[in-house]
Design a binder for this molecule. Structure first.
Ligand code: KG4
Ligand code: ZN
Length: 381
């Protein structure tokens, strides 16, 4: 009999529910984003996130069931994110899932959000009829995380969807997460929130237009030097370099004010904002992105080579970045590595990845204890 798991995710600013069969087939995946609520604050406001999860959780779960054509009685288990994330936000999904599982008499499976991101890559690969070979190096790169793991299968039988994974932490950011750096630079340059997608789109216009800038306009950020663990990341230096450059050039003030006005009028697209950017700003945006992308790809591929892994998995919101994808694809072949990304919808927070991650734990009998609590700082390894 196929096993149908309802996944529930509320760790940050997306309320999500999904139904996945046997950890592989997505029957439905519903995500209610709170972007419009947090946008005017330029970041996620925890209190508002919790309140919005409370409003959304019931309709989102109903919608996931309805899209899958199922009722609660058809479910075999409920998987829920219990960390890491914002404590108030996590508690909404967790409390709801606990009550639901008890009500329908089905097991509740606690899921680590980060493990979910790894399963997102396998869900996508499955859709494409591919199977990433393990061991792999996995880069989880989002607004909250920049982490590098060595991933191996656990358990004895079956494929990755059934056996689950074992993780060894190789490194992580010492300061800002990569997505956080994108968001902060976008705020500094008045490009709106979230920063990743808009910087991605504007930077790709710069590339498409060719290098039209004079040498003195081209800001070159050198490679980030790390003392100690070479698999660690640091993005605050790149972000601060942008900040200083903007501060040192008062001529940026006028265009920043113009973009703020445009944003206030709801003009948020690259087509609206790029024409309000001077060549110098375009150059700054493109070089910021190049520096981040170069650092992420170089360190991840070095980790793959060092651990003898021929597979790289990339997941999390920043995995949607087009330059990151291109650069990984360009460098992976020559390095003898296969690289896998989830689709955009599976890269950012969703509940299909939580339902998929719950499946091997259900098979292994990892059922939640009654006292299961939210763990804002939960680690993977
Ligand atoms: O995984 P996610 O939806 O939420 C968590 O942070 O867990 O990731 C959101 C982050 C934001 O910082 C956003 O700016 C970034 O992912 N992001 C991107 C892109 N799309 C989203 N960063 C770079 N390029 C993108 N295309
Ligand atoms: Zn996430």
């Amino acid at each position: 009999m196929p096993t149908r798991i309802l996944g529930i995710e509320s760790s940050c600013d997306e309320t999500a529910a999904a139904i996945v069969v046997d950890g592989r087939e997505i029957l439905s995946s519903v995500v209610a984003s709170q972007l419009d609520i947090h946008r005017k604050y330029g970041g996620v406001v925890p209190e508002l996130a919790s309140r919005e999860h409370l409003r959304q959780i019931v309709p989102v779960v109903r919608e996931a069931l309805s899209q899958a054509g199922l009722t609660f009685a058809d479910l075999d288990a409920v998987g829920v994110t219990h960390g890491p994330g914002l404590v108030g936000a996590l508690l909404v999904g967790l409390t709801y899932a606990k009550v639901l599982a008890a009500e329908i008499g089905k097991p509740l499976i606690p899921v680590n959000h980060l493990e979910g991101h790894v399963h997102a890559v396998f869900l996508e690969a499955h859709l494409a009829g591919r199977t990433p070979t393990l061991p792999a190096v996995c880069l989880i790169v989002s607004g909250g995380h920049t982490l590098l793991y060595h991933v191996q299968t656990s358990g004895e039988e079956g494929d990755a969807a059934e056996r689950g994974f074992q993780f060894r932490r190789l490194g992580g950011t010492r300061d800002d997460a990569a997505g956080e750096a994108y968001d902060k630079v976008a705020r500094l340059l008045a490009l709106g929130y979230p920063g990743g997608p808009i910087i991605d789109q504007i930077a790709s216009r710069v590339v498409a237009a060719g290098n039209v800038f004079a040498d003195e306009d081209r800001l070159n950020f050198g490679p980030v030097k790390m003392k100690g663990n070479a698999h660690d990341f640091s993005f605050s230096g790149i972000k601060t370099a942008v900040l200083y450059y903007v501060r040192e050039h008062p001529e940026f003030t006028g265009e920043i004010e113009a973009r703020k006005k445009a944003l206030e009028q709801g003009l948020r697209k690259a087509a609206d904002l790029a024409p309000l950017c001077s060549p110098r700003t375009l150059s700054l945006i493109s070089n910021f992105q190049s520096a981040v992308v170069r650092d992420l790809t170089t360190r991840t591929l070095a980790a793959a080579s060092e651990t003898g892994s021929h597979t790289v998995l990339v997941s999390g919101g920043v995995a949607a970045n087009s330059a990151l994808r291109k650069q990984f694809e360009a460098k992976a072949g020559p390095a003898g590595v296969d690289v896998f990304f989830p689709s955009r919808a599976l890269s950012t927070d969703n509940a299909a990845m939580i339902a998929a991650a719950a499946y091997p734990h259900l098979l292994a009998g990892d059922i939640a204890a009654d006292e299961l609590n939210a763990e804002p700082n939960l680690r993977l390894a």
